[in-house]
Design a protein. Sequence first.
Length: 255
Amino acid sequence: MPAQLTLVVLILAFSGLTVGCHHLIQRSFKKVDFIGHNEVGGVLVGVVGTIYAVLLGFVTVVVWERFNDAADRFSGEAGSTAAVWHLVDGLPSAPAARIRSEAEQYVNAIIVEEMPAMSRGQEGAGADRALRGLLRDVTTFKPRDAGEANVQLRMLQRLNDIWDDRNKRLETNEHGISWLLWTALAISTAAVFGFSFLFGMESRRTHLIMTAILAATASTLFTVLLELNYPFRGNITVPAGAWITLRAQMQSGNS
């Protein structure tokens, strides 16, 4: 489902649910003077609302930072792969051609296989094979002089970065917000809206409109959390622009 449609559905569904519950409670307790409870209720909802705002803000920041960190690591992984591809110029032609070919296979596997697999919560076997082949060929290379040894060391450092970034990327794609945070958000959301149902206004229609606006605002934030929770899944994902650019550079360099 597109993100825009998810947002609209959540707003309509949650707003309708909260307005319906609000209307039902107000009708079920017609003899209760809700307006007379506003002063005491205002103090209590102020405390609950503050806790809810802090919790919601915390979860939003965590999700946003995870998304940005995943994007930075994904670009860094592409940069390290590009460095390995360029460093082979300091090696003899035979191992250089083999390592360069495996680097190109890794880049192509990321774009063609692993990105679609990650959108399904999986990983690409081709990317894993290509990366392991790169590590094997670089570690088993026998340098003939200090210059080749230095190139090998720099390539191993870059490959270690690639390995770490890929593992972190796959781990991030596997685990989202913990169930405990989702549960805390659900309970605190119910508490805030429950309090809003117990306030009174002379105009019931105005009160219901205010409840709908509050629900629409909460729905918008929850949509953001749902869409960014897994950086490589859904409609809003980490872009593969750096990898596509790198593949084009490799193809241009081989032509």
